[in-house]
Design a protein around this ligand. Structure first.
Ligand code: SF4
Length: 497
């Protein structure tokens, strides 16, 4: 009997058995050593919760941190099972159409609004894998030795709490560990309210390794990389059909923008992966059918050794056929003519440059990550590389503390005149940022639901009207830049039909 076919006959439940010899006498196994190792594998359940919000859209959303942890723990000898409630291709998820770049609407269901948001005149929904399907998936995954739940936006905590509740009712004695952004930024709230047995803030894996060891799940001498540079490829094998993927070549950001929590979450330093390793991860994803890859880096272009260029040169060499997306925005200061050309050649679609505001005083006051002149130079490089007007975008924020609406309007026109589409995001207050200090007093309570950029009450009714006007202006300006062609590969992908 081949090793693989032997494995097929080991029931998955037995992976959990602490003393396999009682159930599967060694003498009866044709591969006794292998049977022991495999039967004693501990099993960890990894869950990305559903979202509760006024709106949500799958813009290449992937629980990347959880997928790196999944890969590390697999390499450490654990059996892992991923339940991503935001996987629109999940077999239990009602089907929703994807656009040409793999993005699309989540399955959603209207649910009662939380009391604190009752006066917000918008519909509150649950997005993602239906509740019954989530329960079924957890049931199917039983037994497991521990569950690790991740969290993203602070105001998405109701989805986290739902997952913890379901886990606790399915396996009351199994430890539930909670990590991610909400756990890091709202530690006290998470500890007091989530129901998780352990809340793990921050980016250090040491805490996770130590805890799993204490719980008897992880072996003391197991594989455990310390820095991001040594991480294995994220574990996309947990998906049946990932469709799109997210990846990083760096972790962290050297800037300290007043509205951003990157330095608090990531520790304020940047570490880079070896370009060959990153290019191989991308190539591997391409070969498994992934067509769209989003870079989740906070500072993708900030790499003194020109690592991004090295990655993209390797992508060309390997003939990896994918499209790239930059949902986190690119820093104009570090975009060179060479990088722009490589981006065009390797299929970066609608590169997004972070401008935030065109007001020079505001740029300096909020962290000095970019100046308007640098933005114009970057747009020039993109144009020279072959991007037409309207084929790249500028991220801009509205509603930041002290920002006047005239400034936002002027900034939108500035980006438009440089040929960029205007991509607006409403400011949302984030704990542990410099701006948080200015706005937290104005929030009605310390409930993180008030961090939601669709709900937080820092504006009067008149100001909301003004925000709507600016959004309308952006739509109008973007309409004037409507894209006509697209390159051959984009047309073949049916992107502009
Ligand atoms: S450059 Fe971007 S990631 Fe870095 S601190 Fe500023 S907003 Fe955050």
């Amino acid at each position: 009997m081949e090793r693989a076919s032997f494995l097929k006959f080991v029931p998955s439940d037995m992976f959990h058995v602490k003393h396999p010899a009682f159930l599967f006498p060694l003498s009866s196994s044709p591969f006794p050593q292998f049977a022991i190792i495999h039967l004693m594998k501990k099993k960890l359940l990894l869950i990305n919760p559903p979202i509760y919000d006024f709106a949500a859209y799958d813009l290449w959303l992937r629980p990347l941190g959880l997928l790196y942890i999944g890969a590390i723990l697999k390499n450490a000898g654990l059996q892992t099972k991923l339940i991503d409630c935001l996987d629109r291709n999940h077999p239990e998820a009602p089907k929703n159409r994807s656009d040409n770049w793999g993005c699309g609407k989540f399955y959603s269901l209207e649910v009662p609004k939380p009391e604190v948001l009752k006066d917000v005149p918008r519909v509150w929904k649950r997005y993602g894998l239906p509740g019954e399907a989530l329960k079924k998936e957890i049931e199917k995954a039983r037994p497991f030795d521990a569950a690790l739940v991740t969290s993203v936006m602070t105001y998405w905590y109701p989805g986290v709490f739902e997952v913890v509740r379901v886990l606790k009712s399915a396996e009351p004695g199994v430890p539930v560990l909670l990590g991610g952004n909400y756990a890091t930024l709202c530690l006290d709230h998470a500890k007091a309210n989530s129901g998780a047995d352990h809340v793990l803030p921050g980016n250090s894996l040491k805490g996770l390794y130590g805890l799993l060891e204490d719980l008897g799940v992880l072996d003391k001498n197991s594989y455990r990389p310390g820095a991001f540079a040594d991480f294995p490829a994220p574990a996309y094998d947990g998906y049946r059909n990932p469709g799109h993927a997210a990846i990083r070549m760096s972790y962290g950001c050297p800037f300290r923008c007043t509205y951003c929590a990157s330095s608090y979450i990531c520790g304020g330093e940047i570490t880079l992966k070896d370009p060959e390793k990153v290019a191989s991860e991308i190539d591997m994803l391409g070969r498994t059918g992934v067509k769209n890859i989003a870079f989740y880096d906070d500072a993708l272009l900030y790499n003194p050794e020109g690592s991004i260029d090295e990655v993209l040169e390797r992508v060309i060499k390997k003939k990896t056929d994918v499209f790239f997306h930059t949902p986190n925005g690119l820093n104009a200061r570090f975009l060179s003519g060479k990088t722009a050309r490589l981006m065009k050649q390797t299929g970066f679609v609608m590169p997004r440059i972070s401008l935030e505001t065109a007001d020079s005083k505001k740029q300096a006051k909020t962290g000095g990550k970019v100046e308007s002149g640098e933005f114009l130079t970057a747009c020039g490089y993109l144009r020279e590389a072959g991007y037409e007007k309207g084929e790249f975008a500028a991220y801009m924020m509205i509603g930041t503390p002290g920002q006047g609406f005239y400034e936002a309007e002027k900034s939108a026109w500035f980006a438009h005149e440089a040929g960029a589409k205007v991509s607006l995001s409403e400011y949302s207050p984030i704990p542990h940022t410099a701006d948080w200090e200015k706005v937290q007093e104005q929030l009605p309570s310390d409930d993180p639901l008030w961090h939601n950029n669709s709900a937080y009450p820092l504006f009067s009714v008149g100001e909301w009207e003004k925000i709507r006007e600016i959004k309308k202006l952006a739509v109008e300006l973007n309409g004037r830049l409507k894209k006509k062609g697209g390159d051959k590969r984009e047309r073949e992908a049916g992107c502009f039909t």
